[in-house]
Design a protein around this ligand. Structure first.
Ligand SMILES: Cc1cc2nc3c(=O)[nH]c(=O)nc-3n(C[C@H](O)[C@H](O)[C@H](O)COP(=O)(O)O)c2cc1C
Length: 174
């Protein structure tokens, strides 16, 4: 489970096909903990992480994301057995950026822990809808949470994708 940090950052790729097998508790814990150690503006930790694993809740989030996408029959989480939702709380000082930092830590940690992951969009819109707010209520969370990002998480059921070549002018040194 140990991998050099720079190797992880360079080789992690978005995974879009997952095995049905649930992720190990050890790997999930490693991913979630990595999220909590991400940098946050002024150290406010104004982020709420929600790990969704019950098949009923996973299906509800998948369907909600598909609704926002405008393709009700789609599966935007690609059948992943775990979905991680990232919200900003009212304490969030640097809106969205903290949540993005948390999400980045978690997708990289997922790769280091032997899992596949894909950052999935539309989290804000999902939890602006009444269905999203109803889920928050059901989970005992405040409706004031603002969705930032989400992650499809599981064991990859595909070849590891190759990274596109990096654009030549990505970095300017002055
Ligand atoms: C803000 C953001 C939103 C994304 N939303 C989606 C998404 O909704 N669905 C998806 O399949 N991939 C999504 N991705 C994954 C990107 O498509 C992927 O990171 C990109 O194609 C580069 O591939 P790589 O991650 O393998 O380097 C998102 C990535 C980011 C950073």
């Amino acid at each position: 489970m140990k991998m050099e940090a720079l190797e992880v950052l360079k080789n992690r790729r978005a995974i879009r096909k997952f095995k049905a097998e649930q992720v190990s508790e050890e790997a999930l814990q490693a991913v979630l903990e990595a999220g909590t150690y991400a940098p946050t503006g002024a150290g406010t930790q104004g982020v709420q992480i929600v790990a969704v694993q019950s098949p009923e809740n996973v299906a509800a989030v998948d369907a909600l994301n598909a609704k926002v996408l405008g393709k009700p029959d789609a599966h935007p989480y690609y059948g992943a057995p775990t979905i991680i939702l990232i919200f900003e709380t009212e304490a969030c000082f640097t809106h969205e950026l903290d949540g993005a930092a948390v999400c980045t830590n978690m997708v990289n940690a997922a790769y280091a822990a032997g899992l596949g992951s894909c950052w999935i969009h539309r989290c804000r819109q999902m939890f602006e809808l009444e269905e999203g707010k109803a889920l928050l209520r059901k989970w005992g969370l405040p409706e004031t949470l603002t969705g930032v990002a989400s992650i499809a998480l599981g064991y990859a059921d595909c070849e590891h994708p190759q990274a596109k070549p990096r654009k030549e002018d990505y970095v300017v040194r002055v």
